[in-house]
Design a protein around this ligand. Structure first.
Ligand SMILES: Cc1ncc(C[n+]2csc(CCOP(=O)(O)OP(=O)(O)O)c2C)c(N)n1
Ligand SMILES: [Mg+2]
Length: 322
């Protein structure tokens, strides 16, 4: 499945936007500018980009507590996201949700989620709606390795199978659930093996390699679109930062993250492949880098300048009005 030049440039822009967003949020959080809990996605960009590159705004995704990358890849506005993190009224949830509740239902982005394992049941509902509507749309849950051990994930795989839903479960195995290693916490030999136990086709994928994720996702999504049912993708990848901002990471080797940035940088791997094949030129990528750096810097300036929600808005948008 080859991508056009415009698509390749778009993929790089998405991955770079996620990386820059996360690096700047890391600095702003350390400076005490961002309230609440923040979990960064830096290092995992190829997964969000490789999956969402196949989607339209009529397809659905459900995310996790580590949701910024999924939101950006699904097209959520980075100005609204940044303002949301800063708790400002121009945020996508009017500054009342913060990092773990970013959602944009108009884009099929069903939300980041503070409940580990909360996404799989949600996408079963969305996938059932897609199936009933009959337009070939799909619903995808991103799930961490920790979330993959939740009963909700197992029940959802089973439900997706018996109802033959256009649902895809993307396990983002970044090696840890907080400080618990996925090397010993996942039964069977892998999540792919577990999924096969439920009767789902499954593939193990190098989550640092955009092209590998994109290919596996393409097969799973086209099967789901044409009525072939659910799939699980088991993506092995790494997070560059701690579980949350402020995590001392005593459970990681001293140079583990330093080495990851050298050996396992999905942006670098993508750029090397795309320039070696002469599909893209380095100066085109440099130009995107400069544009993205300026964009995120401006998003921070605007977020800081935006007002906080007013006291009389405290109870609005808390519950849906029917
Ligand atoms: C139901 C539930 N149990 C526990 C927690 C606390 N918690 C938050 S994140 C996390 C670990 C999640 O690990 P993983 O699914 O691998 O995602 P990652 O943080 O690695 O992206 C836990 C246990 C929670 N938020 N929800
Ligand atoms: Mg994890």
């Amino acid at each position: 499945m080859s991508l056009s030049k415009a698509e390749l440039l778009d993929v790089y822009r998405v991955m770079k936007t996620i990386r820059e967003f996360e690096e700047r949020v890391h600095d702003e959080f350390a400076a005490g500018e961002i309230p609440g809990f923040v979990h960064l996605y830096a290092g995992e960009e190829a997964s969000a980009a490789g999956i969402c590159q196949h989607l339209t705004r009529d397809d659905f995704i459900a995310s996790t507590h580590r949701g910024h990358g999924h939101c950006i890849a699904k097209g959520v506005d980075v100005f609204g996201m940044m303002a949301e993190l800063f708790g400002r009224s121009s945020g996508v949830c009017r500054g009342k949700g913060g990092s773990m509740h970013i959602a944009d239902l108009d884009l099929g982005m069903m939300g980041a989620n503070g409940i580990v394992g909360g996404g799989p049941p949600l996408i079963c509902g969305a996938a059932l709606a897609c199936k009933r509507a009959g337009k070939g749309n799909v619903a995808i849950a991103f799930v961490g390795d920790g979330g993959s051990n939740q009963g909700t994930t197992f029940e959802s795989m089973n439900l997706a199978k018996i109802w033959n839903l256009p649902a895809i479960f993307v396990i983002e195995d970044n090696g840890y659930a907080e400080a618990t290693s996925s090397k010993w916490s996942i039964g069977a030999s892998s999540n792919a093996e577990r999924a096969r136990g439920f009767g789902l086709p499954a593939a193990r994928v190098d989550g640092h390699d955009f092209f590998a994720v994109h290919k596996a996702a393409g097969e799973a999504i086209s099967r789901a679109r044409s009525g072939g049912g659910p799939t699980l993708l088991d993506c092995k990848l790494d997070r560059y930062y701690g579980h949350f901002e402020g995590d001392a990471q005593t459970y990681r080797g001293t140079d583990e993250t330093k080495k990851l940035r050298i050996d396992k940088d999905c942006l670098k791997i993508f750029a090397e492949r795309a320039t070696a094949s002469e599909e893209l030129q380095q100066d085109e990528l440099d130009a995107i880098d400069a544009e993205v750096v300026a964009l995120i810097a401006e998003a921070i300036v605007q977020a800081k300048a935006a007002p906080k929600p007013m006291e009389d808005e405290l109870l609005s948008d808390v519950y849906v009005s029917y």
